[in-house]
Unconditional design. Structure first.
Length: 260
């Protein structure tokens, strides 16, 4: 088979329900890399929460993080691309969110730093390194926000469309049920991957992408081959070229074993 760029989401796709890389998956990914294919992580996670997965996979992969807002090269330990929200757009977004949703809880990924309001609810393993602040606006001086995190009562699936309609000048998506995510317009996993593919000499037809949630849809639409895990969101299952086994049944590894 010709050399490919293989792109994989993490949570709900490559990782099992415990957030771990199985031995089967680890072995297959390494065989794929040894065969000359390029393996790329594409996740909503920030760089800090992707690092241990990259180490478990091996090969020091490049990772598109923050839903495309930041790309990090683990081999060189450097940021390759960073696409923050424009300051004026961010100020407007914060203003309209406060007005429309008085109880909104906000957070921000600022390159490598996480800022969270005191009221923002996030599991301890994901928020341990956060800097807590009473109100986000008061802490944003000299910070470039790659991803704004919006949390309301209920699950993100319930309020995502409302936030998306309110912030029509931004890219709004969800990757989990705890909050929805706001990026600069045009910032997606697909946009970051297209830029990376060009630098590596790949076209979209050379790309195989795996995903499970709506934030993966631009990436899956752009890739030459789109594969959904069976536990994926209904919209992802409907858009994929193929469906493999679930993340807990090593779906990505199974597909790669059969095809690559």
């Amino acid at each position: 088979m010709k050399r490919r760029m293989i792109v994989c989401d993490l949570d709900g796709t490559l990782l099992d329900s415990r957030g771990l890389v199985s031995e089967r998956t680890r072995a297959v990914v390494r065989r794929v890399q040894d065969a000359g294919h390029v393996f790329v992580i594409a996740t909503a996670r920030p760089v800090r929460d992707t690092r241990h997965v990259a180490a478990a996979i091996g090969g020091a992969p490049i990772a598109v993080c923050g839903n495309g807002s930041i790309t990090f090269d683990f081999a060189r330990e450097e940021v390759v691309d960073y696409c923050p929200l424009a300051e004026t757009r961010l100020v407007t977004a914060l203003s309209v969110l406060r007005e429309r949703f008085p109880g909104v809880r906000l957070g921000a990924e600022c390159r490598m730093e996480l800022l969270l309001e005191d009221s923002f609810e996030l599991p301890a393993p994901l928020s341990r390194s956060a800097r807590r602040v009473p109100r986000l606006e008061e802490a944003l001086a000299r910070h470039e926000v790659g991803k704004l995190m919006v949390q309301l009562e209920g699950t993100a699936r319930e309020y995502y469309e409302g936030v998306r309609a309110l912030l029509s000048g931004c890219e709004v998506t969800i990757s989990a049920d705890v909050f929805c995510e706001v990026m600069r317009a045009g910032v997606t996993k697909a946009a970051a991957l297209e830029s990376m593919a060009g630098r590596l000499g790949f076209g979209s037809a050379d790309v195989i992408a795996f995903g499970d949630m709506p934030n993966d849809l631009p990436m899956l639409t752009w890739a030459g081959t789109a594969v959904a895990v069976s536990n994926a969101h209904a919209a992802v299952l409907a858009s994929a070229d193929e469906v493999t086994a679930s993340n807990d049944d090593d779906g990505v590894a199974r597909w790669l074993e059969q095809v690559i």
